[in-house]
Design a protein around this ligand. Structure first.
Ligand code: PAF
Length: 301
């Protein structure tokens, strides 16, 4: 595995791969690699790509300095894990290499969807995400880029950015990887105390209850949202941030379920904020354990 810190060298390495006839499979991460990332890397390998992984903790997407400081970093461990997973190129730039003039004066506006849900709880988050993803994709060049459905709103926004700004990338969504009890894998899980870890299953249970309600014929968005909120409220260690049921194509709140929809939840467990989501069952479609982003094209132009 080749490790690269300079953006221009990363660009050249990806160009070279394409010249030799290999498609580039790009997996952008903030490091602290876990099984969720392994799934993205495997998808890129299975697609026959040269696998390029970036590890960069992007300061632009943190709305709190404390959260940025607390974000786990361990490049040496990530290097070992990436090697064992068959990554070909590991791009790990410094902050000054990515933002040589400090905070960029030009950034990507995520539009109205960027202000909702995660965007409302974390102002500026998606502007920071899309700006760094645009930079990384400009360096990687034409490629397939792999993102987890765990961050469904991020995936939808990256797809929209690629579509609306004609970025030459195929955006690939990969299913969420879960612990034995349903907790979605996240770098933040390590910060939970044992009690908070036990309590955190409430997120998956709220989503499972929403799916069960739909399977039993419930179609009213308000009723499904109320059921999810009740499940979170029943957990004393959880502080609810939001529950939502959105149309998967428009990301508008669903009044009456009449097509593919996604349930989303965010809550704090002590100092740790967790998010999760699942596609709701719909007329013979996938269920929440294996659900693709139905209704949301998986590949951009
Ligand atoms: O999902 C993440 O890890 C980050 O938001 C991303 C896409 C690598 C951008 O910093």
């Amino acid at each position: 595995m080749e490790m690269i810190a300079e953006p221009e060298r990363f660009r050249r390495a990806c160009d070279e791969a394409r010249r030799s006839g290999t498609e580039v499979g790009f997996v952008p991460t903030m490091g602290d690699l876990h099984q969720g990332h392994a799934r993205l890397i495997k998808a890129a390998r299975d697609d026959g790509c040269l696998v390029a992984l970036s590890v960069f903790v992007n300061p632009l997407q943190f709305d709190s300095a404390a959260d940025l400081r607390a974000y786990p970093r361990g490049l040496e461990r990530d290097r070992v894990v990436a090697t064992s997973l068959g990554v070909d190129l590991l791009f790990a730039p410094s902050e000054s290499a990515m933002y040589p003039r400090g905070r960029p004066g030009i950034s990507v506006d995520p539009g109205l969807l960027g202000e909702r849900l995660e965007g409302s709880s974390r102002p500026g988050h998606f502007r920071g995400v899309l700006t760094v993803v645009a930079k990384l994709l400009n360096l990687a060049g034409p490629c397939r880029a792999y993102f987890g459905e765990k961050d469904a709103q991020q995936l939808a926004l990256v797809w929209r950015m690629a579509d609306e700004l004609n970025v030459p990338v195929q955006v690939m969504g990969c299913p969420t990887v879960r612990e034995f009890d349903g907790l979605a894998l996240s770098s933040r899980n390590a910060r939970l105390s044992p009690q908070e870890r036990r309590a955190s299953v409430a997120l998956f249970e709220a989503l499972s209850e929403a799916a069960t309600q739909v399977r039993q014929g419930e179609r009213r968005g308000d009723v499904i949202r109320a059921g999810m909120a009740r499940r979170i409220a029943a957990e004393p260690l959880a502080a609810l941030d939001y529950v939502a049921v959105v149309d998967e194509r428009t990301w508008e709140d669903v009044g009456q379920l009449d097509g593919p929809a996604r349930a989303l939840v965010a809550a704090r467990f002590g100092a740790t904020r967790l998010i999760d989501n699942a596609r709701l069952p719909w007329s013979g479609g996938e269920d929440m354990h294996n659900g693709g982003m139905h209704g949301l094209p998986r590949e951009g132009a």
